[in-house]
Write a protein that binds this ligand. Structure first.
Ligand SMILES: [Zn+2]
Length: 490
């Protein structure tokens, strides 16, 4: 990442950043928020449109009940208070991909407020407040590249116009780019668990804007903030914030002042650039949307939705730590997404020793996945496969060396563990007479090492174990080899 190198650590230390985040999440409804058009991604341009989402005169919006339900579910998962009566409002601005000339959003009476999530911070947890969560429609998409005449023309695709979004606004509670990163990661995880969005950043289902200011340490009042818009990965947001902190400190130290403005981040250069001066709320001339009734989500409906709320990641992690005797770290890997956690729990419950299943995921699976650059969901070895291997190990039917070989083979072939095991059927020698016979041969062939061992150099046992394993083609049970060798060498 590019930084402004002039800034010394001592100067940097004088300031602290204040960060707040606005996250837009696309809801996973089949149809748009105010009309029956499909929300499917990737349809030919301007095919999922109708008079309502094209903003034609006289067309009237009708709220999608599912969108409201999903928004409430997300609000509950984020510990928000859901307002019984919320109001849609028109946010007026001109943009080519906004045919109505206004966006239907919520303003002074949003759907939900006063929520929070708790991120990991240092060795403890830190509560990040959620100011509000409201429903709104998405705008269309302007296409500035990819056409022969892109140098002179822009194109507009209105398929996205009217797709349901929730906007989640945090309190300015974050004090470092790392905290912002943690917040986004956890927020995404929670939303994914609720199933209201796929949070696919490449397809724009999750977008984030960051507000950031710096102030001298010890000062209560916030500094002037800038907004970084349209950053398309959490890593880039962290980088953009790191850059922006340095830029602001340098400006202040140089006697300048921070302009309240919207900036864009260029990942290739690792820098943010001013785009436009930031609008104030009054610039949008919000007023209640006259074409829509207030949204009423009464206590009954709220309770009904709350029953759909799944066990959320944090709770699930604590429970799994207690239930399976695994570490916090294991639990966090295994709960990275809901489907993985479900698969793990199903496999762990079926296996003889749940902790061993978790350990194998950690010690044998994760490293191989990393080496191949695969997400755990793309693993050739399923959780069921891991559970089967754990049982074989538990029953002493295979050694850990055999297990490693089978895992290697599964990764090379792209096959699950049971298939590889059935084909390879490695046989472990657990018959002590056979093992003793091999040991006798090995000892007889290595009198020098035997002498060393008996003279007190007991570490030579490692050499003997290696020789016996080699002579048995890796099939002797290592535990038995160790035990029997010790006896024989005495
Ligand atoms: Zn439509």
């Amino acid at each position: 990442m590019a930084t402004l190198t002039q800034l010394s650590a001592a100067v940097r230390e004088k300031y602290g950043p204040v960060i707040g985040l606005e996250v837009h999440v696309q809801l996973l409804t089949a149809t748009k928020i105010f009309c029956g058009c499909s929300t499917a991604f990737g349809a030919p341009p301007n095919t999922n449109v109708c008079p309502v989402c094209l903003g034609l005169p006289g067309a009237l919006p009708v709220l999608n009940r599912k969108a409201a339900e999903f928004a409430v579910l997300a609000a509950q998962a984020l510990n928000c208070q859901v307002r019984e009566t919320s109001i849609f409002a028109r946010k007026n601005y001109f943009y080519p991909d906004l045919p109505k000339g206004y966006q239907i959003s919520q303003y002074d009476r949003p759907l939900a407020e006063h929520g929070y999530i708790e991120i990991a911070a240092g060795s403890g947890r830190k509560r990040i407040g959620i100011t509000r969560l409201h429903l709104e429609e998405d705008a269309g998409k302007s296409l500035h590249e990819g056409f022969l005449d892109s140098a002179t023309n822009s194109y507009i695709d209105l398929n996205r116009s009217g797709v349901p979004l929730i906007e989640i606004v945090s309190e300015p509670d974050m004090r470092s780019p790392d905290e912002a990163y943690e917040y986004l990661t956890l927020l995404k995880e929670i939303i994914l668990y609720t199933g209201v969005s796929d949070c696919n950043m490449e397809e724009g289902s999750l977008r984030c804007d960051a507000n950031i200011s710096v102030r001298p340490k010890g000062q209560e009042r916030f500094g002037t903030k800038t907004e970084i818009k349209n950053v398309n990965s959490f890593r880039f947001i962290r980088e953009a914030l790191e850059y922006e902190i340095e830029r602001q400190i340098e400006a202040i130290e140089g006697g300048g002042r921070i302009e309240q403005e919207t900036r864009l981040y260029n990942p290739a250069e690792g820098k943010t650039f001013g785009m436009r001066s930031k609008e104030q709320a009054h610039d949008y001339r919000y007023f209640p949307e006259p074409d829509l009734l207030p949204l009423v989500v009464d206590a009954n409906w709220q309770a009904e939705i709350r029953r759909m709320l799944p066990e959320l990641p944090e709770t699930r992690r604590s429970r799994m730590v207690a239930q399976y005797g695994i570490t916090e770290y294991d639990a966090s890997v295994l709960t990275a997404n809901k489907s993985l956690a479900d698969q793990f729990e199903e496999a762990a419950k079926a296996a003889k020793n749940a902790k061993r299943v978790a350990n194998l995921v950690q010690s044998e699976l994760v490293g191989r996945l990393k080496a191949k650059g695969l997400d755990i969901e793309k693993s050739p070895i399923s959780m069921k496969g891991v559970a089967m291997s754990a049982d074989l190990l538990e029953a002493n039917a295979i050694s850990s060396k055999m297990l490693k070989d089978l895992y290697d083979k599964a990764f090379v072939a792209g096959e699950d563990f049971p298939a590889v095991y059935e084909r390879e059927k490695p046989q472990q020698i657990t018959d002590s007479t056979t093992i003793e016979k091999i040991i006798d041969e090995v000892i007889a062939a290595n009198p020098k090492q035997l002498e060393q061992y008996r003279a007190g150099k007991t570490t030579v046992i490692g050499f003997f174990v290696g020789q016996v394993m080699k002579a048995s083609k890796g099939q002797a049970n290592p535990g038995m080899v160790n035990e029997l060798l010790r006896k024989k060498l005495q």
